[in-house]
Every structure is written in C-alpha cells, then in structure tokens.
Design a protein around this ligand. Structure first.
Ligand SMILES: [Zn+2]
Length: 121
C-alpha cells in the first residue's frame, strides 16, 4: 500500500492546525495509492464516536482512517483499536510534533504496517 507525499503533508498540516485537539479524517484514493482525505464533521468526544457509517460519501473508496494524537505517542489506544476493526484496512496515527517521522500506519489488528511514500501530484 502506498501514500502520496502530498497527502502525508496535508495530514501533518491538518494535525498541526487542529492541535491541541485531535484531527480525524478518512483515507481515500485510487487503486493502491492513498492520495485523498475525506473530512468529517467533527463531533467532540471520543474518536470512535465521531465516525458513523451513514456519513460516508457514496461511491468513495475508503482505505481506512487517520487521526492525530496531541501527545508524542503514535500508539493506538484501546478505543483506537476498536475503531480500526470497524473501518477499512489501514489506519494512520500522527503524533506530536507532526513532522515527517511522526506517524505510523496500523492494520485492523493494530499491528504496524509499512506504507510506501510515493511522489504523486
Ligand atoms: Zn488515537
């Protein structure tokens, strides 16, 4: 699975501007490259409470979720793990200070997976 460098930048910037709040969005794109975000209306409360299936735009491919941690830990919480099992196969967590190395991708089981960063757009 791949992610475009442009999308990664967008994610890190969104996380930075949401800080100290969490930022959350869905990962979309085409074929095997994530290059688009679907922003969701933000509802305060837990991350897993924010996403409801009926909010998903029709016909859009959803690879998974992305959210930020205002702390320096990219480890998924219990709550994150339950979110991961509900949506998509790839879940990115970006954490403070939101630089190029402040992110990790997990599968539905919460195991770390590698994403290839590709130059696209
Ligand atoms: Zn989290």
């Amino acid at each position: 699975m791949k992610i475009s460098r442009g999308l990664l930048k967008t994610i890190l910037e969104a996380a930075k501007s949401a800080h100290p709040d969490e930022f959350i969005a869905l990962l979309s794109g085409s074929k095997d490259v994530m290059d688009e975000l679907i922003f969701l209306p933000f509802v305060s409360g837990s991350v897993s409470a924010v996403i409801h299936l009926d909010m998903l735009p029709i016909g859009m491919k959803v690879f998974g979720t992305v959210h930020s941690h205002p702390s320096p830990s990219c480890r998924p919480s219990e709550e994150d793990l339950s979110l991961f099992t509900r949506f998509g196969k790839y879940h990115i967590i970006v954490c403070y200070p939101y630089d190029e190395n402040s992110w990790k991708c997990y599968n539905r089981k919460g195991e770390e997976v590698e994403l290839e960063v590709v130059e696209k757009d």
